[in-house]
Design a protein around this ligand. Structure first.
Ligand code: PLP
Length: 390
């Protein structure tokens, strides 16, 4: 099926870009594990020459993800970071980026330690305050870069308001949509120009494939990104593209279960005397709750909380869960627990982290799709075991 926006999300996830194989009738898109394609005569071929430029398995993934994200063009990358750096390759020395200061540690590392060496300037702002974004834009600003909800504090940033600022100033808004996924939020429809993803997370969904994607609506941008990706080479292999496409097919069902379980876990945590604060946009007293209701169709699967007792309590707790595995990453069907201060956000200076609210007592949960009672029991057991280990 080609992209037909009359069809619902679930139908497009299973069919767009995934017509039966024309050569064999294979119902499922084959893994075209080939670097090259034989030509009938010089320049006479079936649209494929060399897999860095185009590969049919990757093309299927790109068509499908573009449809789900509501854009005309999708590009798949070797990782979320490859997608992010692919977008930044649109920049030249002297260009400037306004960036929300609450973002994934790897993006922070790229923006603070790599790109400044190439003459790109950055202004870091608290983008929950739209006036700060507006004030930071300069004549040489080319991109405004945000995540919403943010990793790991789950703050909400007003995508439409940032999109207006970008349009007024002739620059482009990039939204890292990894946490929400196209199922819960479509930045392009809200006024963003580029939506970027670590497909490693909910889109792949099974913690078994690293990948990234960019979705855009603009033809010129598509051509520039494709040229740069082909030139610099950050593509996923056909096997990884296939696994990611398989994940994409079940994104809607998984996200519904993830979000249902996350809400249960958040409600469980707010009742615990050993918890100082719970950060989850689905909670009515979360500062971004109303905005989340406006720009998202659900609140996602990540729940962050601050445990009472500081670093020692957090370290003890992270050792004591049995179902929640202590591991980097998020977005798989299995529940994970992480300690942003030293793990995902270890790249940030300590005082920066504390300023953003990422403290030594902060714990991030990626809530999987196991039985919700079992997950809450696991957390309750970990609180008890951690307290008795004091
Ligand atoms: C919001 C966000 N963006 C980008 C990335 C980078 O993705 P990858 O690990 O696939 O390179 C991550 C990784 O955790 C992330 O959480």
């Amino acid at each position: 099926m080609s992209d037909d926006r009359k069809h619902g999300f679930e139908t497009r996830a299973i069919h767009v870009g995934q017509a039966p194989d024309t050569a064999t009738g294979a119902t499922i898109v084959p893994i075209y594990q080939t670097t090259t394609f034989t030509q009938n005569a010089i320049g006479e071929h079936h649209g494929f020459e060399y897999s860095r430029g185009h590969n049919p398995t990757r093309d299927a993934l790109e068509e499908c993800i573009a449809s789900l994200e509501g854009g005309r063009f999708g590009l798949a990358y070797a990782s979320g970071m490859a997608a992010i750096s692919g977008v930044t390759q649109l920049l030249s020395a002297g260009d400037h980026v306004v960036v929300a200061d609450d973002l994934y540690g790897g993006t922070y590392r790229l923006f603070s330690q790599v790109l400044p060496r190439f003459g790109v300037g950055f202004s870091w702002v608290d983008a929950t305050r739209i006036d700060e974004v507006d004030r930071a834009v300069r004549p040489e600003t080319k991109l405004i870069w945000i995540e919403s909800p943010t990793n790991p504090m789950l703050r909400l940033i007003d995508i439409a308001a940032c999109g207006d600022i970008a349009k007024r100033n002739g620059c482009r808004l990039v939204v890292d949509n990894t946490f929400a996924t196209p199922y819960l939020q479509n930045p392009l429809e809200l006024g963003a120009h580029l939506s970027v993803h670590s497909t490693t997370k909910f889109i792949g969904g099974h913690s078994d494939v690293i990948g990234g994607a960019v979705v855009i609506d603009d033809e010129e941008l598509n051509e520039r990104l494709r040229f740069t990706r082909n030139t610099t080479g950050g593509i996923p292999g056909p096997w990884d593209a296939w696994l990611t496409l398989r994940g994409l097919k079940t994104l809607s069902v998984r996200m519904r279960e993830h979000a249902r379980n996350a809400a249960r876990v958040a409600e469980f945590l707010i009742e615990r005397p050993d918890v100082e604060q719970v950060h989850y946009p689905g909670l009515p007293d979360h500062p971004g709750h109303e905005l989340a209701r406006r720009q998202m169709r659900g609140f996602g699967a990540v729940v962050t909380f601050d445990i009472r007792g500081g670093a020692a309590a957090a370290h003890r707790f992270c050792r004591e869960t049995r179902l929640f595995a202590l591991a980097e990453g998020l977005g798989g069907i299995e529940s994970l627990i992480g300690y942003p201060f030293l793990m995902s956000h270890g790249a940030f200076p300590a005082d920066e982290k504390r300023r953003k609210g990422i403290g030594e007592a902060t714990i991030r949960l990626s809530v999987g799709i196991e039985d919700a009672d079992d997950l809450c029991d696991d957390l309750a057991g970990a609180f008890e075991r951690a307290a008795s280990a004091e």
